[in-house]
Design a protein around this ligand. Structure first.
Ligand code: AMP
Length: 288
């Protein structure tokens, strides 16, 4: 695996890859790699001749500067894990390579995709930061497929929308959420959880399991499923709830019934750590 720091180096490496008509899979990450990221890289490895992993902590998508400062970073470890999972190129640019002095562009979306759920709690600037950096990566790498995790379901919907709206010629592949043995979704932020926090963090897992159970038992009223999920969330010791919503799994519009695919999205805080998780109530339990 080669590590590249500049756009020029990356473009040059990609030129020879394209000349040889080799296909490219891209896995964007902010580093601090765990099994969730590695599942994306392994999928890209199975599907493509060349796998590009990007590693960049995108300050523009953090509204909480404390969270940005506390974000775990270990490039040496990340490089070893990415290589082992099958990456060919690691693009790890410095801040000034992505946002050089004078940088003035921004990709913005409108409507519920960026204003609800994470957008309501972190602010729509979060998704404008995501949309801008993902657009830059997609136009720079021009991959055949970009791989993203269902763990960040709203991010998937935002990126799917921008690929469609900006006519980007790339396939978006969604990889199911990788979990710890007890069900907690893998996250770079989990390393900041102490043993007591870890117990509280399972509130999210319990809530989603209760929603799935109610759905499996035939409950089709969204309010009733939400109530069951909230009750499970609140079993002590519990996390501090930010939101738990049932919404349309494509538009994020609120739903009253569970006839189509419904996304159950939850966000909560455990101390200073903010966690999100979700499940899809549908035959496949996956985002389409
Ligand atoms: P991040 O480094 O947190 O920006 O995540 C990079 C990519 O990995 C995103 O597409 C995430 O959705 C995905 N990802 C993060 N955690 C998981 C997980 N537990 N399972 C599957 N994908 C994940």
């Amino acid at each position: 695996m080669r590590t590249l720091r500049t756009r020029a180096e990356l473009r040059s490496a990609l030129r020879s890859i394209r000349r040889a008509e080799r296909t490219v899979g891209l896995v964007p990450t902010m580093g601090s790699l765990h099994e969730g990221h590695l599942a994306l890289i392994r999928r890209a490895r199975e599907d493509h001749d060349e796998v590009v992993v990007s590693l960049f902590v995108n300050a523009r998508q953090f509204e909480d500067l404390g969270d940005l400062a506390a974000y775990p970073r270990d490039e040496v470890r990340d490089a070893a894990l990415a290589a082992e999972a099958g990456a060919d190129l690691l693009y790890a640019p410095p801040e000034a390579e992505v946002y050089p002095p004078g940088f003035a562009a921004q990709v913005r979306l409108h409507g519920p995709l960026v204003t609800t759920l994470e957008g309501a709690h972190r602010g729509p600037e979060h998704f404008h930061g995501v949309a801008t950096v993902v657009t830059k990566l997609l136009t720079l790498v021009r991959p055949d497929t970009v791989y993203m995790g269902q763990k960040d379901a709203q991010q998937v919907l935002v990126v799917r929308r921008l690929i469609d709206d900006l006519d980007l010629d790339v396939r978006l592949e969604v990889v199911p959420t990788v979990r710890e043995p007890d069900g907690l979704a893998r996250s770079s932020r989990n390393v900041r959880l102490g043993p007591d926090d870890r117990e509280r963090a399972l509130s999210l897992t319990r809530a989603l399991a209760a929603a799935e159970q109610a759905h499996a038992q035939g409950e089709r009223d969204a309010a009733a499923v939400r109530a069951a999920a909230l009750a499970a969330f609140r079993v002590p010791p519990s996390a501090q709830l930010e939101y738990l919503e049932l919404v349309d799994a494509t538009t994020l519009a609120p739903v009253a019934g569970l006839d189509g695919d419904v996304l159950v999205a939850v966000a909560a805080r455990v101390g200073s750590v903010r966690l999100i998780d979700n499940t899809v109530l549908a035959a496949s339990r996956r985002l389409r």
